[in-house]
Design a protein around this ligand. Sequence first.
Ligand code: SF4
Length: 452
Amino acid sequence: MALTGLDIYKLLPKTNCGDCGSPTCLAFAMKLASKQAELQSCPHASEEATAALGAASQPPIRLVTIGAGDNRVEIGNETVLFRHQETFYHQTALAVRVREDDPEREARLEKIAGLRFTRVGEEIAVDLAALEEESGDPEKFAAFALRAGELSGLPAVLISSSLPCLGAALEKIGKSRPLICPRSPEKIEDFAALAREHSCPLAVDGGSVEKTAELSLRAREAGAEDLVLLAGSGSLKEKLADLTVIRRQALRKQFRPLGYPTIAFTNPDADPEAQALEAAVLIAKYAGVVVTDLIRPEYILPLLTVRQNIYTDPQKPIQVEPKLYPVGTPDRNSPLLVTTNFSLTYFTVEGEIEASRIGAYLLVVDTEGTSVLTAWAADKFNAASISRALNDSGAADLLDHRNLILPGYVAVLSGKVEEESGWTVEVGPREASGIPKFLKTAYRGGTGKDQS
Ligand code: SF4
């Protein structure tokens, strides 16, 4: 039976030293119980506690890191089958395949590096370059792996069933911790030894879930700790079935040989639209890494968008940093508008101010990511929070006037905001779509309020 947070707490030192990153031993015990921490994070755990907690404190799906330093990608360590039960923690890493003998390989690698976009204030990008060996020539593959790192700047997935080719590539780029991906169930102990020697993660491809579980045990016994399980190589239906079985077995049965993140490939022979659809399904249903041949932005951006949406914590609204934002090129007479830090609200208001072509300041109040009316109803967007944000923002130093434009939906706050802040409140439109007309009417010419 799984240990509760209190069971675990009884075994910890109870000194609340904070060395594990949690403020108290109880908080750490709760994290251990929900598999969001590992016992090794507490350097003071006794041998008795280590023995007692041992396997019980291991996450059901191991956290595996591909890459090193700032360039690393973490996959695995998931705790639920369905996002609404809690959240998904480590988003699917998207890898674009580059073949060794492709005459366009260098241009392709440069393109991969450029596949990054900004969406709702977050940078979303391709994570890995999947390098497929084709020559059988160790020196050539090693040179390709080295060059790929220079051109893409991304960690690699090394796809090859040749031990000498993988060995030569790892001599060149092993320190950057690529994922070793042999596409063969043969010689698993030899590949595991290579992974152990270079401290790199290893993909295990058994051809079926049963065989993959057997190979993962053998790889583990041969010293490879960070494993990634290859899911299906046939139809999308088979891949989906494998991914689901692996996740269920790991989470519901705590079946250790399948307690690792997964990797899946889209079908290289399918047309781009079918590959994009396949990749989206694999992202939605549990793949830790998706390797695709797609490279054009019109396919990659929607995939990254799907991923961003699935890996957003459903319990936490997407927020922007509460502060004063210049929109366009405001000057000392420009209007000052106020809104909340719910991303959707912020980007809608910011977009409408931009559309007005009038430089302005936008004061974003911390309402814990709620929209204007919700925040007002919850008393998070009120005279006190707006006045505090105004004072903290430094707006008074940037502007010659003391006028603040409130969203029309909270016009009722005008008097209290004026009282508390000392600024004059002007009531803006209810809907963000009314902002361009409002600003153009009141601030004709772009700077300074038109008093006529
Ligand atoms: Fe408690 Fe160990 Fe964390 Fe210190 S490091 S607070 S002793 S659990």
